[in-house]
Ligand binder design. Structure first.
Ligand code: UDP
Ligand code: MG
Length: 309
């Protein structure tokens, strides 16, 4: 019996891209000796995506879909897809054809050679990304790597193959706001990274802006490390040690009677430490917020409609 590969594709307003990516994937598999299925997760699209999916699934037995009740974010959409993917291997990719399906045979080859995870990372000499984009992406990964206990390649993507074993493990995790790029590294097993050059987005616009990328970076850091809390502690400690040096100066001023001077330095110090304290409170708050969200145990996504049982 042929092995089965499930392709999981989150889609948010990708009506024109959905048929294209289906075609491209089917084309790649026509030359391969595997069964395949494609599971689209519509992440609360407001365009015609839902209808496109219903029609596509009716006409094509390899295509299934899950419609979420609203936009839950890409990682939650991926969770929904992984929970319904029953292939011996699962490949996750974007709907906009930036992840070239032509890389799939290489994924499968490395999987057959014993890698439980095969992932693609963007090659640094990537012609399609703007300068600004490259800088912000580089910054994104270097901040995550420095502040968390992970080693993520610059440009590691959500284009990857997962062995059934790994998918089963991911499905048992009920982490609030999963950050798959980090979670999968954390799981371990034999992992293989392949460089790739992303294509231009086929149509539509990117759903991520700087604000969302910042949020994603904070999620990546706070999900994997308590380092910011340590940094806050050390920062507080060093400043209180430093302030001890001030005591001899206070004694000196008192003795020589210029106690009124130093108004500007007091204001500057108050402003600086006020800001520092607020920032540190904010860091503590971030972690507290995570605990709060997790304690409510809400589902990570809600399915509105699906042609899968
Ligand atoms: N996506 C999603 N939910 C979201 C945002 C994006 O399912 O809230 C999907 C989107 O349809 C695409 C993939 O995630 O298939 C990557 O999104 P996008 O191409 O906008 O990101 P970029 O390539 O710019 O990083
Ligand atoms: Mg894209």
């Amino acid at each position: 019996m042929k092995k089965k590969v499930s392709i999981v594709i989150p889609a948010f307003n990708e009506a024109t891209n959905i048929p294209k990516v289906t075609e491209a994937v089917a084309h790649v598999f026509s030359a391969l000796d595997y069964d395949f299925e494609i599971i689209f997760i519509d992440d609360g699209s407001t365009d015609a995506s839902a209808n496109v999916l219903r029609q596509l699934a009716a006409a094509n037995r390899q295509v299934s879909y899950i419609l979420l009740s609203r936009n839950f974010g890409k990682d939650s959409a991926l969770s929904a897809g992984l929970s319904k993917a029953h292939g011996d291997a699962v490949i996750t990719m974007d709907a906009d054809l930036q992840h070239p399906p032509t890389l799939i045979p290489a994924f499968l080859e490395h999987w057959e050679n014993g890698n439980e995870v095969v992932y693609a990372y963007r090659e640094s000499k990537n012609e399609h990304a703007s300068r600004m984009n490259k800088v912000s992406s580089g910054l994104f990964y270097s901040i995550i790597n420095n502040l968390s206990d992970l080693e993520l390649e610059d440009g590691i993507s959500d284009f990857r193959l997962l062995d059934k074993k790994v998918v089963d493990i991911l499905n048992t995790m009920s982490e609030d706001e999963p950050f798959f790029r980090g979670l999968i590294k954390w799981i371990g097993f034999a992992q293989k990274g392949l460089p790739y050059v992303p294509e231009e987005r086929h149509s539509g616009r990117s759903k991520y802006n700087t604000r969302q990328l910042t949020k994603l970076a904070i999620r990546g850091i706070t999900s994997f490390s308590t380092k910011p809390l340590y940094i806050a502690t050390y920062l507080g400690l060093s400043f209180s040690l430093l302030s001890l040096l001030y005591i001899p100066y206070i004694g000196y001023s008192y003795y020589f009677g210029h106690t009124i001077s130093g108004w500007s330095s007091i204001i500057a110090t108050i402003a600086f430490f006020g800001g520092l304290q607020l920032m540190i409170l904010g860091i503590i708050g971030l972690y507290l917020g995570k605990l709060f969200m997790q304690s409510k145990q809400r589902p990570h996504y809600i399915v509105k409609e699906s042609n899968l049982s």
